[in-house]
Design a protein around this ligand. Structure first.
Ligand SMILES: [Fe+2]
Length: 338
């Protein structure tokens, strides 16, 4: 496994790079905008292809690099389904897997620091975002934070993981880099409470100043997605048109992953070409005769990028469904189960 822990000294943020092998696919957790060039260079140096970027929650103390990395590398952005961000390529819920080649992270919804906070567990380690820090926990006094929920996320979730599980937080202000669940259970002062009420009282007494970047970072992080206007900058075919014409003269191409297709269903008659393997399908998509290739994904972000990638590779006349499968179902389109 390739694993890197990178530090942004301005916001004291840790960013994690994961990959199963050199030459393979990579994933980044909680990247910082100002470090985008550094990540891209490191990916090149390690011969890795960035395919997914995950944010554990909407950050208030730095601007995420998710949007910049998506624009630079065409990677997929991933956050929890509760995230208030305008557009995220893939949204996960509690227990779902975030996969790249040779690796899977399990999403754990751990609200409390924010209502969209997630931790991501993998084998011997867990990436705890701002839910559990080394000898601390994330504040719960803004962004729909809730100390009671955080107590539940900690005591009924994270702290139930095996004691030796490595804890990799999103921040550290003292220079600590890694801990374990057992070490935190025993030594983290915030975890030495004997009840939910005591934890709520402890957190209410913190009276912390707001992060310096908060008024800039939160609004910026909320609109990092390829919104509907950006999705319309490439060729589109609306759900309504497809429904009206019964997809005549079109080949509908589903870019989502298996788990998303099973969870939500598919557009009947569509073919499957997962976005991460799009390059393997481009030759086939050049041989569709007079039929137009129409990509779709969950919300239109991957399909927007797919149109640009496919046209650049010579797939002429392709388009996508703005708003993706969500727009399709909202327009009353039929759904088939897989
Ligand atoms: Fe945070």
């Amino acid at each position: 496994m390739i694993f890197r822990q990178m530090f942004d000294s301005v916001s004291s943020t840790y960013t994690y790079l994961l990959a199963s092998r050199a030459g393979g696919e990579a994933l980044l957790i909680d990247p910082v905008f100002e470090k985008t060039d550094r990540y891209v260079k490191l990916l090149e140096e390690l011969d890795l292809k960035l395919v997914k970027v995950v944010d554990t929650h909407v950050h208030a103390d730095h601007i995420t690099a998710m949007g910049a990395l998506r624009d630079r590398t065409n990677c997929v952005t991933v956050m929890g389904e509760q995230s208030p961000v305008d557009v995220v390529s893939m949204r996960v819920s509690d227990g779902e897997a975030v996969t790249i080649e040779g690796m899977a992270l399990t999403a754990m919804h751990t609200p409390g620091h924010t209502d969209d906070s997630y931790c991501f567990r993998m084998d011997d380690r867990v990436f705890t975002g701002d839910t559990l820090l080394i000898r601390g926990t994330g504040r719960t006094d803004f962004q729909n934070g809730d100390a009671g929920q955080q107590y539940d996320s900690l005591f009924n979730g994270l702290l139930k993981l095996p004691e030796q599980t490595l804890v990799y937080p999103a921040h550290d202000y003292k220079g600590d880099m890694v801990s374990t669940i057992g070490e935190e259970r025993a030594n983290n002062p915030r975890l030495q409470v004997d009840s939910r009420a005591a934890y709520i009282e402890l957190m209410a007494g913190l009276k912390l100043p707001n992060p310096k970047m908060m008024d800039v970072a939160v609004p910026e992080n909320m609109r990092m997605g390829l919104n509907i206007d950006k999705q319309r900058e490439v060729a589109t075919v609306t759900s309504e048109t497809i429904i009206k014409d019964n997809a005549a003269d079109m080949i509908l191409v589903d870019l989502r992953e298996d788990a998303e297709r099973v969870k939500s269903g598919i557009i009947p008659g569509s073919v499957h070409a997962p976005y991460s393997r799009l390059d393997l399908h481009l030759d086939m998509l050049k041989q569709t005769g007079d039929k137009t290739v129409v990509f779709y994904c969950a919300v239109g972000e991957r399909s927007t990028m797919a149109v640009t990638i496919a046209q650049g590779d010579g797939v002429s006349g392709c388009a996508h469904i703005p708003g993706g499968f969500v727009a399709w179902t909202e327009a009353g389109g039929n759904v088939a189960r897989v």
